[in-house]
Design a protein around this ligand. Structure first.
Ligand code: SF4
Length: 325
């Protein structure tokens, strides 16, 4: 049985010395970590080795955290960068009904709102005046949305803040826009690009496994649709982030499979700018209150997901794939 780690051991892992932890590792985990550190490439890990790292506990988990931190320092250094960004959610009305969502409202609820493209543009101007260089624009999916509403938001924002980077519309919104306009997905994305879309949030991914997705949100786009939108966006010259929501119903094997899928797409397109791990926030969600999910990630899970992604995604094309978090 691996020994149970104290919270302070997890919190203080960056002060551990790699040479001190190596003798305490099980041979298989030691071999996997040394190999990845030497090659600086997650592709050298087999699926079974990756699963074993995702299941690591005790000293093996400390080894995973320490090795991934070393690799991060070697590949990315200690320089942390950021952009000043404003999130603009144009509506909270949504028919999709994701069980993990505490944001959306039905159309008749008292606290709904809906912004016109001009109102979104006004918020972009406020952001620009306060020093923001990027807006992230997403929202709920209301029935009866004007078919070219997403395009019109882009036009309105670019009209008043031409140099603002627009990071907007999840793959779910792209699928909805395609449905509303009847356009092929490539044509639809190209139209958004030509009207000012700079990058796409890789949200709506949650866990890219259709069995898990059926529990989280029956009406959401499938794994195949998410991948199709992302691949098409990258081919159209629209780069995107990538995300994973963890700490609910999924297992460590899902983390591994998702990271490997993202890695595969990255090797094909080079279009991901970063990986954003999102811990499930359980309060006020049906998913938790119906007893379908645990109450969000533990500290060990937060650290493990970040560490695992640093290892499995290392060596992706051009070293452009960074981990946000
Ligand atoms: S699609 Fe988005 S806004 Fe709508 S319920 Fe799902 S997570 Fe919430």
């Amino acid at each position: 049985m691996p020994r149970e780690l104290l919270p302070s051991e997890l919190e203080n892992f960056p002060s551990l010395d790699w040479s001190d932890i190596v003798p305490r590792l099980t041979p298989a985990v030691r071999c996997s970590l040394e190999k990845t550190l030497e090659t600086q490439n997650g592709a050298t890990l087999s699926l079974d080795e990756s699963f074993a790292l995702a299941d690591s506990e005790g000293d093996d988990l400390l080894g995973l955290l320490t090795a991934s931190n070393l690799l991060r320092a070697e590949l990315a250094g200690n320089l942390v960068t950021y952009v000043v960004n404003r999130n603009i959610n144009f509506t909270n009305i949504c028919f999709v009904g994701c069980k993990f969502c505490a944001f959306s409202r039905g159309p008749r609820e008292s606290d709904t709102y809906f912004l016109t493209p001009d109102q979104v543009a006004k918020k972009a101007v406020e952001a620009w005046q306060l020093g923001a260089t990027e807006v992230c624009i997403q929202g709920g999916l209301p029935h009866g949305l004007p078919p070219f509403y997403y395009r019109d938001i882009l036009r309105a924002v670019k009209n008043v803040t031409p140099r603002m980077h627009i990071h907007a519309f999840s793959p779910m919104e792209i699928v909805y826009g395609v449905e509303l306009t009847g356009m092929p997905v490539g044509d639809y994305l190209s139209m958004l690009r030509d009207n000012g879309l700079n990058t796409l949030p890789g949200t709506a991914a949650e866990v890219l496994d259709d069995e898990v997705r059926a529990v989280l949100s029956r009406n959401k786009l499938s794994t195949a649709q998410w991948v199709e939108v992302i691949r098409t966006a990258h081919r159209c010259g629209i780069r995107s982030t990538s995300t994973m929501m963890y700490g609910h119903t999924e297992t460590p094997a899902h983390w591994v499979r998702q990271m490997l899928l993202l890695r595969e797409i990255q090797q094909e397109t080079g279009g991901f700018t970063e990986f954003v791990p999102l811990g499930f926030v359980h309060q006020n969600t049906l998913l938790f209150h119906q007893g379908l999910a645990r109450s969000g990630p533990t500290l060990a899970e937060h650290l493990k997901v970040h560490a695992l992604s640093r290892l499995l995604l290392a060596g992706s094309i051009n070293n452009t794939f960074k981990c946000r978090g």
